[in-house]
Design a protein around this ligand. Structure first.
Ligand code: AGP
Length: 614
């Protein structure tokens, strides 16, 4: 996610801003920039790359000014480059703005502003916002805080922003909706702004957390005022920070992996944002619009990926075959690239990759592309190598995934695949309108249901403590839950070093059942729907051999509750959406077992976050 810092006080702003940006590097980013105000006006410096690149970029310029702001960008609209980096400046050069979030209706606003003569340098939604503020400031003849308020009143989406105007050098405006923003109250009228408390805590422990829809106005000599979008003033509630720096980087969680597991309601919501329109009953995937007809007419879909991304692809197989009735083949990228595969020009190839840099997946794409197929990417890193070589694609908006074990990227990938399968199925007429609308509504409800599943964590930790010393584990699932069984096994293997295997539940009797004994924990995804009764039989087969069964089941299911040794209940949801919920307990079980075993959860041995070599 992007990082934001701001300062107004009597110290030189630049050192405070740069140090603050370094404190936010853990959030992941691809470019950085600062804006400073001094007697000569507004100075903006920004570049693709790291904060250290920015420091080299401005070295020797002697940046002055005691008010300014800084930004680290995690690209969501427009590739990482100098022009798309923040801060963005209005055409008249007076106003600078930094932003964390997604402006969903930026295209419509941009079109309106272009009609009014505005021109744009970047591909970002952020530049549209700063131009809108400048346009309102001039056309309405209002001050900066009022121009910001009026602009935000017409914005749809998520934002945390800081705005400066060289005509009002003693005013700094900040606002938030869905993206966090913290204000630090220092000594002698100093004020700090940041995406989280990490850059602030070394200066002051007194903070104000902005609430959604609030606008903060910091004026030199007059302090902090807060108002909402309706212009109603609110007294700032000052709290004292207790957390120490290192914990803050993980937002108070012990590990990035746990933080990212808990981020999934937001990351799934962000991956749906602007793409799922319940009012109109439609799915909008702008990134593949140009290839929609090819997709609709496709007679085959190939899905390539590695590891967790391959598991997401396997969910995609079940989704496209059930909802769009298009045959799907899911290929390990490493196998696909070396076996001289048959690829047709009318094939659609979906390449899935969190990092967008996995060597085997890149090679598989090049091979399929060379044989004339259309390549659709699902990546989490804007402007990554895979994102650049595919014909089209949709970004997951999971935000940077720091933990090596992929969690929120998986559910974001499955979210995108679900949107694609629903859209293509609806357009092909292979699902009824009523089922389409019902699944759209159920998909929209998933973030709330993930929140509910996460509330089972204490019980999951209790189960993890029982099985933390296991040497083997089996994961079983059928249908949409079979790929989740594979993913659950991978999670346990890669962070706790316990051997684990995922299997189609019915396959157990073709071999793995020989492994079952009282030492073997068997995780079974046994939610209502699909082949539920068959899975219940599989649980009985395991119990008959004294195996220990930990079942993921539908809320209120007494049959499974009476059969299994432990149950983790998840809310009812249609089969195609179960993976988005059933994977959460498996992520948490793996995490807690690994922690109890003293493993390095965020950087497991022998693993890298992105396998950029063969
Ligand atoms: C999953 O937890 C692992 N980190 C690994 O399997 C990963 O999914 C795989 O290397 C693919 O990475 P990518 O999604 O960045 O291409």
């Amino acid at each position: 996610m992007c990082g934001i810092v701001g300062y107004m006080g009597d110290q030189p702003a630049y050192p405070i801003l740069i140090n603050g940006l370094h404190r936010l590097e853990y959030r992941g980013y691809d470019s950085a920039g600062v804006a400073l105000l001094d007697d000569a006006g507004l100075h903006v410096h920004k570049c693709q790359g790291k904060v250290s690149d920015l420091e080299r970029h401005v070295a020797g310029l002697g940046l002055g000014g005691t008010v300014g702001m800084g930004h680290t960008r995690w690209a969501t609209h427009g590739s990482p480059n100098d022009i798309n980096a923040h801060p963005h400046v209005s055409s008249d050069g007076d106003i600078a703005l930094i932003h964390n979030g997604i402006i969903e209706n930026y295209a419509a606003i941009k079109e309106e502003l272009a009609h009014r003569g505005h021109t744009f340098r970047s591909d970002t939604d952020t530049e549209v916002l700063v131009q809108l503020i400048a346009d309102i400031r001039r056309s309405e003849g209002v001050d900066l805080p009022e121009a910001v308020r009026l602009a935000l009143d017409s914005v749809v989406g998520a934002y945390a922003i800081v705005v400066l105007d060289q005509r009002d050098p003693n005013v700094m405006v900040a606002a938030r909706k869905s993206s966090p923003l913290v204000i630090g109250i220092g000594e002698n009228g100093e004020h700090f702004i940041a995406s989280d408390a990490t850059p602030i805590v070394e200066h002051t422990k007194n903070v104000v957390y902005l609430e959604d829809g609030e606008i903060a106005v910091i004026e030199r000599g007059k302090g902090l005022k807060i108002r909402n979008i309706k212009n109603q003033e609110k007294t700032p509630f000052i709290q004292e920070l207790e957390m120490h720096l290192e914990a803050l980087e993980k937002s108070g969680y012990d590990h990035f992996m746990l933080k990212e597991i808990h981020e999934q309601p937001r990351s799934i919501r962000d991956s749906l944002r602007g793409r799922l329109n319940l009012a109109k009953g439609e799915v909008m995937l702008g990134g593949i619009k140009d290839y929609e007809q090819k997709f609709i007419r496709a007679e085959r879909i190939l899905i390539v990926g590695c590891g967790t991304s391959w598991h997401a692809g396997l969910v995609g197989e079940y989704l496209f075959e059930e909802l769009a009735r298009i045959p799907v083949e899911v290929e390990y990228a490493s196998e696909f690239r070396y076996r001289d595969p048959i690829v047709h020009e009318d094939d659609i190839v979906i390449a899935i990759s969190q990092s967008g840099e996995t060597a085997d997946t890149l090679a598989a794409i090049e091979l399929a592309k060379g044989r004339g197929a259309t390549i659709i990417g699902i990546c989490n890193v804007v402007g990554s190598s895979i994102a650049r070589i595919t014909h089209a694609g949709s970004y997951t908006h999971a935000g940077p995934e720091i933990g090596v074990a992929s969690t929120k990227a998986f559910t974001a990938q499955v979210t995108l695949l679900t949107l694609m399968a629903l859209m293509i199925g609806h357009k092909r007429g292979t699902i009824s309108g009523s089922r389409f609308f019902r699944l759209l509504n159920e998909l929209d409800a998933i973030p709330g249901k993930v929140e509910k599943v996460l509330r089972n964590e204490a019980q999951i930790r209790y189960i993890a403590d029982i099985y933390k010393d296991a040497t083997n584990a089996l994961y079983l699932g059928r249908g949409f839950s079979f790929p989740v069984a594979l993913e659950g096994a991978l999670k346990l293997k890669e962070i706790s070093y316990i051997h684990a295997e995922g299997y189609p539940a019915a396959e157990m009797k073709h071999g793995p059942i020989a492994l079952i004994d009282e030492e073997m924990p068997v995780f079974v995804i046994a939610t209502k729907g699909g082949s539920y009764e068959k899975v219940v039989s599989n649980i009985q087969e395991v119990k008959a051999r004294k195996g220990k069964v930990i079942a993921i089941c539908t809320e209120g299911d007494r049959v499974v509750r009476d059969l299994a040794d432990h149950v983790i209940e998840i809310p009812e949801t249609p089969d195609p959406l179960v993976p988005l919920l059933s994977v959460i307990p498996l992520q948490l079980i793996s995490y807690h077992i690994a922690v109890m075993r003293g493993c390095n959860v965020d950087q497991p041995r022998n693993l890298a976050k992105s396998v950029t070599v063969e």
